[in-house]
Design a protein around this ligand. Structure first.
Ligand code: CMP
Length: 173
């Protein structure tokens, strides 16, 4: 009986320890969110920010900026060989954008879930509650941007907020 009680006590302590240590290791992650020119001109900014905050993100930095062609081309350099590149640069420079650093646990994946598929036209059918379904139009005019990985997020945040890129972002390139 005593042995049973001792074992139960150790087992309970083990469970409590695992629970506490897993909570303690929940790390905040950052990602970059952009409300694109159509999102701003369509007056979606406040609705999008409300969704962001209600989804548990902290908006730790934000700024409204008018991109010029050089900024936009540098930001989207990985797409420079794509057929849609010229139109993308025209779109991204057509008006101001709101750039935000969003923080929460697993922020990159959660933000991408929240914004939905790149093609806003398809998002309206497959992900009707997503942000792109709410305010995007099509594959190009998709209203919002989200970093596609932790490394991209750190690089993109450094691009806009002039931080030195973190070690893991640098090691990617
Ligand atoms: P974003 O998530 O910001 O990343 C690259 C952007 O390029 C994308 O959103 C769209 O705005 C645009 N884009 C991606 N694929 C295409 C495509 N096939 N045709 C036109 N625009 C595209």
């Amino acid at each position: 009986m005593t042995q049973f009680l001792t074992r139960s006590l150790f087992f309970s302590m083990f469970i409590v320890f695992r629970f506490c240590s897993s909570n303690g290791s929940d790390e905040q992650e950052r990602t970059l969110g952009i409300i694109k020119p159509d999102g701003i001109s369509g007056n979606y900014t406040e609705r999008i920010k409300q969704v962001i905050l209600e989804s548990g993100f902290e908006i730790s930095k934000e700024m409204v900026i008018q991109l010029d062609e050089e900024n936009a081309a540098n930001f989207y350099a990985e797409h420079s060989s794509k057929s849609f590149f010229t139109n993308l640069i025209r779109y991204m420079t057509s008006g101001p954008v709101l750039v935000m650093v969003l923080e929460k646990e697993d922020a990159v994946a959660h933000w991408r879930d929240l914004i939905g598929p790149t093609n806003a036209g398809k998002a309206k059918i497959t992900h009707p509650h997503s942000i792109r379904a709410m305010c995007g139009v099509d594959l190009e005019k998709n209203c919002v941007h989200g970093s596609d990985s932790h490394q991209s997020a750190e690089r993109e945040i450094a691009f806009f907020f002039k931080e030195a890129p973190s070690e893991d972002a640098v090691s990617q390139t």
